[in-house]
Design a protein around this ligand. Structure first.
Ligand SMILES: [Zn+2]
Length: 349
């Protein structure tokens, strides 16, 4: 059974190709983080090496070895796959040496299975030389070897590499589909499953990780409470908040971007509440607060502030001064009752 949830189109295409023996020798799986790319790639590796009559069974020795990362013919190449030492730091890019090593292993016959499978995780992080080196392999397919490249964004890959792979797009699940999977497949209680499904924006892997981390929802509660304080605070407190975020930026960019995503979700929710689409709110556990708060703003104020949050995120990605960007964003939080509080950030495009 295929373990990946949803993705029916992609799975049935692969299933048909497997049955007809017409699989491509290279696939490019495209989709956002935690949408299920690695699960699908491992499922395909299982299907190719499964010993049961209806592959992938998930239970035979081959399927289990692949699931636990112990099958000699299935390898994952990525930023963290280099070196066995616990102290080995993640690489900044996937190197040409990693690809050459992969090519060497690919040239040998399968060791214990029927087909060798190489999964390149985060293919957008291939160095220029590594991508060129991989291209040669993709141009000269050999039997019993399949390459599966995973990427968040195919535009960051050389078009020559993309054109030699069969492209498969994985789309985020509908909130109801993710909720049902969390509830029935992972035994998560209904209320928590609904909230995590919405917060995941359809990327089930994220929801599963968040569910397994007890502190995550608690941390979100604290962050949301702080966000509400800041919205209602005076300029002095808003600037203090901007300074705190900016100070974090040099050490943990990801955390600052996640905080901005939290702001974005909150203001999108205000927009949805404003236009009466309460059923599609992300922060579903705070619906009452959102509906009440939305009455204090007009639609234009909410829209402008949403663009400001998006622009601030773009500026940070382009290495603008974080203190300046975040202070400007905090200044532009709209005032209640239609006051003109917005100072739109300049458009980047
Ligand atoms: Zn099996």
């Amino acid at each position: 059974m295929w373990q990946v949830v949803g993705q029916t189109k992609v799975v049935s295409l692969l299933q048909r190709s497997l049955e007809k023996g017409s699989l491509a020798h290279a696939y490019l799986l495209i989709g956002p983080a935690h949408v299920g790319k690695m699960t699908l790639a491992l499922n395909l590796a299982q299907a190719l090496n499964c010993e049961a009559t209806q592959p992938p069974c998930g239970e035979c020795a081959a399927c289990q070895k692949i699931a636990s990362g112990n099958h000699a013919d299935v390898q994952i190449i990525g930023l963290t796959s280099d070196g066995n030492s616990a102290e080995a730091k993640p690489r900044a890019e996937i190197s040409i040496d990693q690809i050459r090593q992969m090519q060497h292993v690919a040239s040998l016959p399968p060791f214990e299975g029927r087909c060798k499978v190489f999964i390149v995780d985060g293919a957008e992080q291939l160095s220029h030389e590594a991508a060129n080196c991989l291209l040669k392999t993709l141009e000269e397919p050999t039997g019993r070897v399949i390459f599966i490249l995973l990427t968040l964004n195919e535009r960051l890959l050389p078009p020559t590499v993309v054109s030699r792979c069969q492209r498969l797009k994985l789309r985020p699940l509908a909130a109801t589909e993710a909720e049902a999977a969390l509830n029935s497949g992972w035994g998560i209680e209904p209320q928590k499953a609904e909230l995590l499904a919405r917060l995941s924006h359809g990327c089930l892997g994220w929801a599963i990780l968040a569910a397994s981390d007890d502190g995550w929802l608690q941390q979100r509660t604290q962050q949301l409470d702080r966000l509400l304080d800041v919205i209602n605070a005076d300029y002095e407190e808003r600037f203090a908040y901007a300074s705190q975020l900016a100070a974090q930026f040099s050490q943990n960019r990801g955390w600052v971007q996640e905080t901005l995503d939290l702001w974005l979700d909150w203001w999108r929710d205000l927009l949805l509440a404003k236009v009466g689409c309460n059923d599609t709110i992300t922060n579903v556990d705070r619906s009452a607060t959102l509906i009440d708060m939305a009455r204090g703003y007009n639609l234009a104020q909410i829209k402008v502030f949403i663009s400001n949050i998006q622009a601030a995120g773009e500026y940070l990605r382009l290495n603008a001064n974080p203190q300046l960007v975040l202070e400007t964003l905090m200044l532009s939080i709209p005032g209640k009752k239609g006051e003109v509080g917005e100072i739109p950030l300049p458009n980047l495009r």
